[in-house]
Design a protein around this ligand. Structure first.
Ligand SMILES: [Zn+2]
Ligand SMILES: [Zn+2]
Length: 375
């Protein structure tokens, strides 16, 4: 029998509760009641714990079954691939409508495809898998659509049909798993720098170039370098929607999730550490190099950086994903669900591009003509 997902229900009318970023509360669409995260947490504490425990037993049973499968791997059969795919899917039952839900094994929050109620998959965020922090959604779906329109605005090369709001195919609010790395970088950098002066001596112009060797050493402390921990998210989009405002980090609670999608990490903190290391090294080098001023040229000739890795925290960050399709091409946009920062590529309409480009060329020609006239 499949394990049940959790539906957070309104204590007043049993309607489904959704987390609303604007009010920071869980709200019932049916009777209009609202509840704080703490209130809902208290109501569901026991149920969550029991569900998580049942889920962990199921996970252990599945892991045992999988390792048993692995032992027999020498006996290759044609059903192996199917078995591998199926191993990443899980079945649950919805307590509201009784339907069976099939989810990817990283799904932690979703909605029931039959009754539409927000559902939390127990056990995905409990025990050692429990995130330390969450930044709750602050901006809603309407704000995401509005931000996309603003993103289009002023982009003169966009085809008109593309900017129509009805071209948005899908909007999803997703809590994306991130690793936050603390650390320290000791950097020792050597630069070759020059300073040039020009003197005139009679008819001659003399350039004097002084050569310097500049050395800078320093220590840079890093706190919470974010790296997204999901292979399902495009790394460039996730890097580009930063920064998040860490002053609004909250201790994690499942009660922030109803109404959104959430996945647990599928890249470990060791796998993601290299991206954090690269960022720490580059930032430390840039910061220290920026103190070398007052020279005509500066070239780095050697750099020696020692990284000391510190604590790693697990956090969920709010992201709106919007996808559009135009002329058989897919475009993905991401908006920071806390700050509203929007990133994504826009298509360019060739016809419009030339009209615009031609317009500029005509403008330049007109200015040239006026200048010539004045001469
Ligand atoms: Zn209600
Ligand atoms: Zn359902």
């Amino acid at each position: 029998m499949p394990a049940q997902v959790t539906n957070y229900q309104c204590p007043a009318c049993t309607g489904p509760l959704h987390f609303n970023g604007r009010s920071g509360k869980l709200e019932c669409e049916y009777c209009g009641s609202s509840f704080t995260v703490e209130e809902v947490e208290a109501l569901y504490k026991k149920e969550d714990e029991q569900a998580a425990q049942a889920q962990q037993q199921l996970n252990a049973a599945q892991a045992a079954a999988q390792s048993a499968q692995h032992e027999g791997e020498w006996e290759e059969t044609s059903s192996d691939n199917w078995g591998a795919d199926a191993a990443h899917m899980r079945a649950y039952s919805c307590p509201s409508c009784g339907a069976e839900l099939i989810c990817d094994d990283t799904t932690a929050a979703t909605s029931c495809p039959y009754c539409g109620n927000p559902t939390i998959v127990p056990g995905q965020f409990s025990g050692v898998l429990r995130p330390d922090y969450v930044i709750p959604f602050k901006l809603d779906k309407k704000a995401a659509v509005e931000a996309l329109k603003n993103h289009y605005k002023g982009k003169k090369l966009l085809p008109k049909t593309f900017t129509n709001a009805n071209h948005i195919e899908e909007i999803k609010g997703v809590y994306v798993p991130f690793w936050l790395y603390d650390g320290t970088a000791d950097a020792d950098l050597i630069f070759e720098a020059t300073r040039s002066h020009v003197h005139t001596h009679g008819d001659e112009e003399i350039t004097v170039t002084e050569h310097y060797q500049v050395r800078r050493a320093g220590t840079v402390d890093f706190e919470a370098i974010p790296v997204d921990a999901s292979t399902k998210m495009p790394d460039e989009h996730m890097d580009a929607i930063e920064p998040f405002d860490y002053s609004e980090l909250k201790p994690f609670s499942n009660a922030y999730l109803p109404g959104f999608l959430a996945n647990k990490y599928d890249e470990t903190q060791e796998e993601c550490a290299e991206r954090a290391d690269t960022r720490a090294v580059n930032t430390a080098v840039d910061m220290i190099a920026s103190t070398v001023t007052g020279y005509t040229t500066v070239d780095a000739v050697s750099r020696n950086v020692r990284l000391h890795r510190g604590k790693v925290h697990y956090a969920l960050m709010p992201v709106w994903l919007l996808s559009t399709k135009w002329q058989n091409q897919n475009f993905l946009f991401a908006m920071n669900g806390q700050t509203g920062k929007m990133v994504g590529d826009l298509p360019v309409d060739k016809g419009k591009y030339w009209a615009w480009f031609g317009g500029i060329a005509a403008g330049v020609a007109a200015v040239m003509a006026v200048l010539l006239w004045l001469l």
